[in-house]
Design a protein around this ligand. Structure first.
Ligand SMILES: [Cu+2]
Length: 335
C-alpha cells in the first residue's frame, strides 16, 4: 500500500524534480564523505609515512581517493534512488516486463558529461605527471639518467655525495653492494635514517622489481640496465622488501626485511660487514653499473667499470686479480 502510494507520488514528479533530489542527496553525502576520506582514511593509506617518498605517495593516494569519492557516490546514489523509486512491482507478470524509455539527445547532459569527465581526467593527468616528475624519481623508471636528481647526485657513484646502494636481483634473492664502502656486498639492506639514498637497481638474470614498500620505492631490476631510484629522509624502523615482478618459481620468496638505522648504527654495521667480508673483497669483480654474466664469463661489463671509492675509514682492499677470460668467474658472494 505504502509502495503504491510512493510510486504514485514519484509519478507526479518531473525528471527535473528527480534530478534535483538525486543532486541534493549526492551533495550532502559528498560534503560529509570527502572530508572523512581526506582526514580519517588518508593518514591510513599506503605506503605510510616512513620516508619523504612514502609521505608524498600517501598524499597522492589521498587526492585520488578524494576525487574518486564524489564519482562513486553519484553512482551509488543514482542506483539506490532508481531501485527505490523506479522499481517494477514484484507482482508484475513477466510478459509485461520492459525496459524504461531510452534517453536521447539531451544537449545539457551530454555537454556536462563530456566537460566534467574531461576536466577530471585532464586535471589528474597534470597532477600525476607533476607528481611523478617531482616525487624524486621513485618508480619513474628513468633508468640510468633519472628525470629528477637530488642535490649531491653524480652520474658516477664514486663522486656522489649520496649513499649509493646497488640492488642486485637474481633468482631468487637480493644482494646489496656498497661502492663507497670498498664494494662490499651484503644480503640485507641497511641504510641510515634522515639521509638521501640512491638505489642503483639491476638484475643478474631475468626482470625483477625492487619494492621497498614502506619507503615508497619501486624500481624494475632489468639485466644489463641500471635503474636509479632515490629515497629521502627514511625514518628508523624495518623496511618491507618484495619482488614486484613475477620472476619464476620462487618469486614469492624474495620477501625480506631491511632496516633503517641511526647513522652511528649504520656506520658500525657497514664497518662490521667490511671486516666480515674483508678477505672476500678482492675476489669480487670491480664495481660496475650492472652485471653482464654472459659477455666474457665475468660478472660485469668491463666497459661499465667505475672504480669503487672507499671512505669506510678502513684501508682499501687489495687490488682484484686480473680477470681470466678462460674460465667463468665464481658467483659473487652475497652473504
Ligand atoms: Cu624477482
Amino acid at each position: 500500500m505504502a509502495d503504491t502510494k510512493a510510486s504514485e507520488e514519484s509519478k507526479e514528479l518531473t525528471d527535473r524534480d528527480h534530478l534535483r533530489r538525486i543532486g541534493l542527496i549526492w551533495l550532502v553525502l559528498t560534503l560529509v564523505c570527502v572530508p572523512l576520506v581526506i582526514f580519517v582514511l588518508g593518514p591510513h593509506l599506503p605506503p605510510g609515512t616512513d620516508s619523504e617518498q612514502a609521505r608524498n605517495q600517501q598524499e597522492d593516494n589521498t587526492v585520488l581517493a578524494a576525487v574518486a569519492t564524489p564519482v562513486l557516490l553519484f553512482i551509488w546514489v543514482y542506483i539506490g534512488y532508481a531501485v527505490k523509486n523506479w522499481r517494477i512491482p514484484a507482482d508484475t507478470p513477466v510478459e509485461e516486463l520492459q525496459d524504461g524509455p531510452p534517453i536521447r539527445g539531451h544537449r545539457g547532459f551530454q555537454t556536462a558529461w563530456i566537460v566534467i569527465t574531461s576536466v577530471t581526467v585532464f586535471a589528474l593527468f597534470v597532477f600525476g605527471t607533476q607528481e611523478l616528475w617531482t616525487d624524486y624519481g621513485s618508480g619513474t623508471g628513468s633508468g640510468s639518467s633519472p628525470v629528477w636528481t637530488p642535490a649531491g647526485y653524480s652520474t658516477n657513484a664514486k663522486d656522489s655525495k649520496l649513499l649509493v646502494v646497488q640492488v642486485i636481483g637474481q633468482q631468487w634473492r637480493w644482494t646489496y653492494r656498497f661502492p663507497q664502502y670498498g664494494g662490499v656486498e651484503t644480503d640485507t639492506l641497511v641504510i641510515p635514517a634522515g639521509k638521501t639514498v640512491q638505489f642503483d637497481v639491476t638484475s643478474l638474470d631475468v626482470i625483477h622489481s625492487f619494492w621497498a614498500i614502506n619507503l615508497g620505492v619501486k624500481a624494475d631490476a632489468n639485466p644489463g640496465n641500471n635503474n636509479i631510484a632515490f629515497v629521502e629522509d627514511p625514518s628508523v624502523g624495518p623496511v618491507d622488501i618484495r619482488c614486484a615482478e613475477l620472476c619464476g618459481t620462487y618469486h614469492g620468496a624474495m620477501a625480506q626485511t631491511g632496516q633503517v638505522e641511526k647513522q652511528a648504527d649504520f656506520d658500525a654495521w657497514i664497518a662490521g660487514q667490511i671486516v666480515l667480508h674483508y678477505d672476500l673483497l678482492p675476489q669480487l669483480p670491480a664495481y660496475a653499473d650492472f652485471y653482464i654474466p654472459q659477455t666474457d664469463g665475468g660478472y660485469y661489463d668491463p666497459s661499465q667499470v667505475t672504480p669503487p671509492a672507499v671512505d669506510s675509514g678502513l684501508p682499501p682492499p687489495p687490488p682484484a686479480p686480473a680477470p681470466s677470460s678462460a674460465a667463468p668467474s665464481p658467483a659473487p658472494s652475497s652473504s
